[in-house]
Design a protein around this ligand. Structure first.
Ligand code: SF4
Ligand code: SF4
Length: 304
């Protein structure tokens, strides 16, 4: 399958993160030093200005907010009329120097996509570390108080669920109402949509699988659950991924595996527009079964 028209530019702005979660495909953490520099951010903005088809700038990391150029990229994207997404781990809003971040996100009508792998404290902290759950709940309340996921505002707050182990996520359509009820009743929290995402058998989660002797079993589960109905809609067909140093990839997962673009290795300095990628080959490998298993999986949740 080849790439169609690009709609989303996913910018992995750096691998620095205040957390170091077990399932993290980026292997992000507090000691990572890879962070997008100003010149690369400038070039991304320049290319976005020329793009006729990209409607969404999806900023991920690490914790994107920790990059000193994050706000400049957000402001530029919004000025260009793009939807801007911040993939926020919530706890980062309470890191030193981030006191104004939530208000900044509100002012720029940034869509927040926040990870919350469960509504139980025990399960969240198993995956993301001690103290994460309470801070996440506090951050969600803060965003709600600012108008996120409230009626009559344009402020979108979506949540992400991913399984705690080597199994497929439950049905997104069924899990969303359960999350809505539990979060409202337990904590008074509201959100817009819930995305279920399948764990990618790469990097940190791959090491976990290998340590537990469950890699073969998980890969069999993914490949036996291949769903041809979702294969055509995998996100790489309409998305391009930029790494912290300006290299381009078919998706964030291929970026972490250092698999160059299916068509040819390129950086933001080698291209004159993001609109020249239609019809290009995409590099598919075995990990891609995580995107095509069951109901499918993407950064925007299930595919069907
Ligand atoms: S918060 Fe996100 S980027 Fe940071 S370690 Fe956890 S999964 Fe990785
Ligand atoms: S992992 Fe494979 S199928 Fe999924 S988005 Fe990346 S290239 Fe596409």
């Amino acid at each position: 399958m080849k790439r169609g028209v690009l709609g989303t530019l996913q910018v992995n702005i750096g691998r620095l993160c205040n957390l170091a979660c077990h399932h993290c495909h980026v292997e992000a953490g507090p000691k990572r030093t890879e962070n997008m520099e100003g010149a690369v951010v400038d070039r991304v903005i320049e290319l976005l200005e020329k793009s006729k088809t990209i409607h969404t700038v999806d900023i991920t990391g690490g914790a994107p907010e920790l990059n000193p150029h994050f706000r400049r990229l957000v402001s530029a994207g919004r000025k260009l009329g793009k939807i801007v997404i911040d993939r926020c781990n919530l706890t980062v809003l309470y890191e030193p120097g981030q006191e104004e971040t939530a208000c900044f996100l509100k002012e720029h009508e940034v869509q927040v996509v926040a990870s919350l792998p469960c509504y139980s404290k025990e399960n969240v902290e198993k995956q993301r570390g001690r103290g994460v759950f309470d801070k996440s709940i506090e951050a969600l309340r803060l965003l709600n108080n600012l108008g996120y996921a409230q009626q009559d505002t344009k402020l979108i707050l979506d949540l992400v669920y991913n399984p705690l182990g080597p199994f497929l996520p439950p049905d997104q359509k069924k899990l969303e109402p359960a999350y809505r009820t539990e979060l409202k009743e337990l904590f008074g929290i509201e959100f817009n949509r819930l995305y279920t995402i399948t764990n990618m058998p790469i990097r940190r989660f791959l090491s976990d699988l290998q340590r537990a002797g469950k890699l073969t079993q998980y890969m069999e589960l993914l490949s036996n659950s291949f769903n041809p109905a979702v294969a055509e809609g995998v996100m790489c067909r309409s998305l391009l991924s930029v790494s912290w140093n300006g290299e381009l990839f078919d998706c964030d997962f291929n970026q972490m595996l250092e698999l160059p673009l299916g068509a040819s290795r390129r950086t933001v300095w080698d291209i004159s527009s993001f609109d020249d990628f239609e019809g290009d080959l995409i590099r598919y490998e075995n990990h891609c079964y995580a995107c095509t298993a069951g109901a499918g999986s993407s950064c925007s949740g299930a595919l069907v």
